[in-house]
Design a protein around this ligand. Structure first.
Ligand code: ADP
Ligand code: GLC
Length: 512
């Protein structure tokens, strides 16, 4: 597949808002940095609204008030009017929800829905062992609350922007109950990951409060024997986006669609891929709050000091010239740990010269089988491999800054943010050619003058093994590595251009 990188990467021109209309956008999400994050959705839900606000719009980010967030301690203000959320139809039983508010950044207001019955729990989506069994009810409620907020709000809302399956029912609730009275409001759904669709047994349908006659059908929520929230959003949202152009194509194929490719094909006209951006005020080696030594292109020695500090922290031998490969991610099948473990093992086995090979540091949490496999690998190579099982924002920054190479061997990746962040730190990504990884990293062997990383095509452990070996070997050639680092650091994935594309999508959706 040939990719027009210039089209994707040029982010300079922002231009004026197309129709000049300043929009009020209600942005529904279950994660937002710094309050809740399990992955990239949390980053995007903070940084995209900020970029939209920079274009003159006002974004109200709506999210649940989870147990770990104390609104008093955070000094959020409590809205005087409670939000009334009907549990069914329009006029039946309503529950009252307190809404807390705070300013996230200029033009971005965070609104937190306080409904303890569903959100005063230790996890966002479940316990360590699995998902909460009332998730259908929890996220039907959240989607319905989002719509009620839009229609009861004192400010005229233009767009309800939903993210992933958790808010996918909002377009249905809006269409069913309010569209006739408020045709000026449009709904947009962004798909961050087709692997998570909010699938539930048919018995959970009642939790949606919707009429069975209309919505428990193959044209709406039914998918096979289950009900599927994401499908509901895809069928009913005015516009659909996903987080990279290549992923927008992949999800319309049988392999990438996770069962919803046919539904997506039908919405092709309204589906677009908009690449995620990076918030460089957080993810830049020059101003990173978490790393021991800040650096930039002129002071690259600082990177070596970060590397030494990380090697020390992980009790690895401090070896400045040995390439350090990093990995940060959720430990699910998607992220390719099952390729990483055998590839690293094969490369490290039998190495006698301690200056040969590389070191490897993993940060992640998720499936127990992957956690165990990584811990086993670290035991086998105590001088070479270190693992931190857990979630640590602090360590993620330290690891990305300290590593020479970042491995992102995902089987599929809607966009992926770590490879984008890594490049800014002069950390060279090794990625599988898929989704947003393919759209953001240019292979240096195919493009010696412009390459920014190492891209492998076939999703096999031997391809990954070869790519890691090539990267680690290339690291030793200062003459080639330094220009590669410079090119990577010069890439600009700031949000400006992508925010403009979201804005166009909103205007199209409202017909402006
Ligand atoms: P995904 O959303 O599929 O998890 P992304 O690459 O878009 O993948 O985003 C992952 C985000 O989560 C990045 O900001 C990354 O640093 C962070 N992250 C993932 N795992 C961890 C972890 N164990 N500790 C800290 N940050 C993590
Ligand atoms: C998802 C995807 C990831 C993407 C992120 C933010 O979790 O797995 O590729 O970058 O959402 O859009």
């Amino acid at each position: 597949m040939s990719i027009d990188f210039d089209k994707l990467i040029k982010t300079k021109s922002t231009g004026p808002a197309r129709s000049g209309k300043r929009l009020n956008i209600l942005f529904g999400t279950t994660e937002v940095v710094p309050y809740a994050k399990t992955g990239g959705l949390g980053d995007v839900s903070a940084s995209l609204p900020k970029a939209l606000a920079a274009r003159g719009h006002h974004v109200y980010v709506v999210t649940p008030l989870y147990k770990h967030i104390d609104p008093d301690q955070k000094r959020f203000s409590r809205r005087l009017t409670e939000l009334e959320v009907p549990l069914k139809a329009k006029s039946q039983k309503k529950v009252k929800t307190v809404v807390w508010e705070t300013r996230l950044s200029a033009g971005v207001t965070l609104m937190l829905l306080d409904y303890p019955e569903y959100f005063d729990r230790d996890g966002l989506y479940g316990y360590a062992g699995g998902a909460y069994d009332d998730n259908a009810a929890r996220f039907s409620f959240f989607s319905r609350a989002l719509v009620e907020l839009a229609v009861q709000f004192s400010i005229p809302v233009d767009v309800i922007h939903c993210n992933d399956w958790h808010t996918s029912l909002a377009p249905i609730y809006f269409k069913q109950y309010y569209q006739k009275e408020m045709p000026q409001i449009a709904t947009v759904l962004t798909i961050h990951n087709m692997a998570f669709q909010g699938e539930f047994a048919e018995g959970d349908f009642d939790a949606t409060g919707l009429s069975k006659g209309t919505y428990l059908s193959a044209a709406q929520l039914k998918a096979g024997r289950n009900i599927n929230f994401m499908k509901g959003g895809i069928v009913n949202a005015d516009k659909i986006t996903t987080v990279s152009p290549t992923y927008a194509e992949e999800i319309r194929t049988k392999e990438g669609g996770h069962g919803l490719d046919t539904v997506l094909k039908k919405r092709k006209k309204d589906l677009s891929g908009i690449l995620n951006g990076a918030d460089y005020s957080i993810w830049s080696p020059g101003n990173d709050q978490y790393i021991p030594v800040r650096y930039d292109k002129e002071t690259l020695n600082g990177k070596r000091r970060n590397k030494a500090a990380l090697q020390h922290m992980f009790e690895l031998p401090v070896r400045p010239t040995l390439p350090l490969i990093g990995f940060v991610g959720r430990l699910t099948d998607q992220k390719g740990v099952h390729l990483m473990v055998p590839a690293v093992r094969k490369l490290l086995k039998g190495l006698e010269d301690e200056r040969a090979g590389f070191q490897c540091v993993f940060l992640g949490e998720g499936d127990a089988k992957h956690e165990r496999a990584l811990q086993k690998l670290a035991k086998e190579f105590p001088e070479r491999v270190a693992v931190h099982v857990g979630y640590s924002e602090d360590m993620a920054h330290k690891l990305i800054a300290a590593s020479d190479i970042l491995a992102v061997p995902s089987e599929f990746e809607p966009c992926g943010l770590t490879q984008i962040y890594a490049m800014r730190y002069g950390t060279i990504p090794v990625v599988h050619q898929t989704g947003g990884l393919a759209d953001t990293v240019r292979d240096v062997d195919s493009n010696p003058e412009t390459g920014t990383g190492f891209v492998f095509e076939k999703y096999t452990k031997s391809e990954l093994w070869k790519a890691l070996d090539t990267a680690a070997t290339r690291y030793r050639s200062h003459r080639k590595w330094r220009p590669l680092m410079m090119r990577a650091m010069n890439q600009d994935f700031s949000w400006a251009q992508s925010a403009q594309q979201y804005e166009s999508t909103y205007y199209d959706a409202i017909g402006a």
